[in-house]
Ligand binder design. Structure first.
Ligand code: FAD
Ligand code: NAD
Length: 396
């Protein structure tokens, strides 16, 4: 390579933006050309999206202008949508043009996993981006307006959330907080509104601490959420959902939080995937492609027990640190670093002032966990944008 190497980062989510920020610190002048591609000119804080989706926060608070996070003298930013990755040609096709690379970082995030359940793709909403949560919020508000015109249609005010994983639980917590305000605004009797959280597994938050799960369910039930546990959604139609038990729920709003898979572009590019995600090697590279790093929801990292770690913002950021290190090391001919995940714990919100979490060996619940959740969120803002971003976007 006689010219300086070209690094292209696809996606400015947790994995992509943190990689770019680390590279702009680590690389010396003229050591590499770094280009960051993202379909919007903003980064969104996915971990906040349940709030604007329910309307308890403004979507503006969950997005940050990318040019405020990167140094344009060190990183070229291209606002465009990636349409194809061509690993054998070392090229990426964008909506507007083509980029060649020597090293590629794929951080395009996940997509809703619908497991082929009929009607979900067509009729259910999902919490994935700023635009998707704006739509959900407006849709919910519109149902109240429609109910005022047709008060016999209680299905307008029936909300089904499919999947009681962390996304489902966090969203129903916010939705339950928003309902009293919407009832007041639209002069609707709150007892007409129903929120169902449906879970296929024998418990909500499968795999999480049972005592904290019980606490979470109690808090949410007290706010008006009805859980239907150990019954899967089998079909979604414009009228609502059918469950494995044979029960049908008429609902004008179905929000699917039943899991995620990797970005479809990885399958399209011919990589070997599991549910759209690439099982990366120890250095976070796609097997057989020493110049392609895969991060976040597009990747699978196995635990020492041989199970995939859950795809989270936390693991994406830790991957980004190692990916940036390995890119710099490759360019300098130095030793690559293996990725070892270090869980810092899990904290999930249950709506205003309530949360659950495990940090280290400590179980947290209620107000203490809610404060911890805010601290975790602020730590992320600090990592990507320092104190100014914490002051601007932090939810105190
Ligand atoms: P993302 O953050 O999803 O970013 C992908 C980026 O790629 C986006 O900027 C997107 O615009 C861009 N992009 C996508 N397609 C294209 C394209 N074709 N062309 C150009 N750009 C494209 N994890 C935690 O650890 N803690 C939490 O508290 C937590 N809370 C969550 C709450 C919610 C409501 C949700 C939905 C998820 C939560 N997660 C949490 C999970 C976490 O958000 C994801 O694991 C994380 O966002 C994955 O990061 P990523 O970099 O892989 O992708
Ligand atoms: P998930 O895969 O963790 O949970 C999906 C849930 O839907 C599961 O409990 C599953 O059993 C259920 N489900 C699947 N099919 C179903 C069906 N047909 N009917 C009813 N239920 C069904 O997905 P998620 O909650 O979107 O989370 C995605 C990732 O993001 C996870 O790794 C999660 O840990 C992470 N996350 C973390 C936080 C946090 O730490 N606060 C918040 C949100 C998401």
């Amino acid at each position: 390579m006689s010219r300086i190497p070209r690094i292209v980062i696809l996606g400015a989510g947790y994995g992509g933006i943190v990689t770019a920020i680390r590279l702009q610190k680590e690389l010396n002048y003229n050591e590499a050309d770094v280009t960051l591609v993202n379909k919007h000119d903003y980064h969104y804080i996915t971990t906040h999206l349940h709030m604007p989706a329910a309307g308890t926060d403004n979507p503006e608070n969950a997005r940050v202008n990318i040019l405020k996070l990167i140094d344009e003298f060190k990183i070229d930013f291209v606002k465009s949508t990636v349409v194809q990755i061509r690993p054998h040609e070392k090229k990426v096709i964008l909506e507007e043009g083509t980029l060649s690379y020597d090293y590629l970082v794929v951080g395009l995030g996940g997509e809703p996993e619908t497991f082929g359940i009929p009607g979900l793709k067509e009729h259910a909403l999902s919490i994935r981006s700023i635009n998707s949560v704006r739509f959900i919020r407006e849709h919910i508000e519109y149902q109240f307006a429609k109910f005022k015109r047709e008060p016999s249609r209680t299905d307008y005010l029936t909300f089904v959330v499919g999947g009681a994983g962390f996304t489902g639980i966090e969203f129903v917590g916010e939705l339950a907080d928003r309902i009293p305000q919407l009832c007041k605004e639209h002069d609707v009797d709150p007892s007409i509104v129903k929120i169902y959280n449906i879970e296929a597994a024998p418990t909500a938050l499968p795999g999480f601490d049972p005592e904290l799960v019980e606490y979470a369910m109690k808090v949410l039930e007290n706010k008006g959420v009805t859980f239907k546990i150990a019954t899967a959604i089998k079909e979604c139609t414009p009228e609502g959902v059918s469950l494995a038990t044979g029960e049908e729920i008429k609902a004008a709003t179905v929000v699917w939080t039943g899991g995620i898979r990797g970005n479809h572009m990885l399958d399209d590019a011919g990589f070997e995937t599991m549910r759209g995600r690439i099982k990366v090697d120890d250095y976070l590279r796609a097997p057989g492609h020493e110049n392609i790093y895969v991060l976040g929801d597009c990747s699978i990292v196995m635990s020492p027990e041989g199970r995939p770690y859950p795809p989270t913002a936390q693991i994406s950021m830790q991957q980004a640190d190692v990916c940036a290190h390995n890119l710099v090391a490759s360019i300098r001919g130095e030793q690559l670093k293996s990725f070892v995940y270090q869980s810092k714990g899990t904290v999930a919100s249950l709506g205003r002032g309530e949360a659950i979490g495990i940090v280290g060996s400590r179980k947290l619940k209620g107000g203490t966990a809610a404060v911890m959740k805010k601290l975790v969120d602020m730590r992320y803002l600090y990592i990507i944008g320092g104190i100014p971003l914490v002051l601007k976007k932090g939810r105190f």
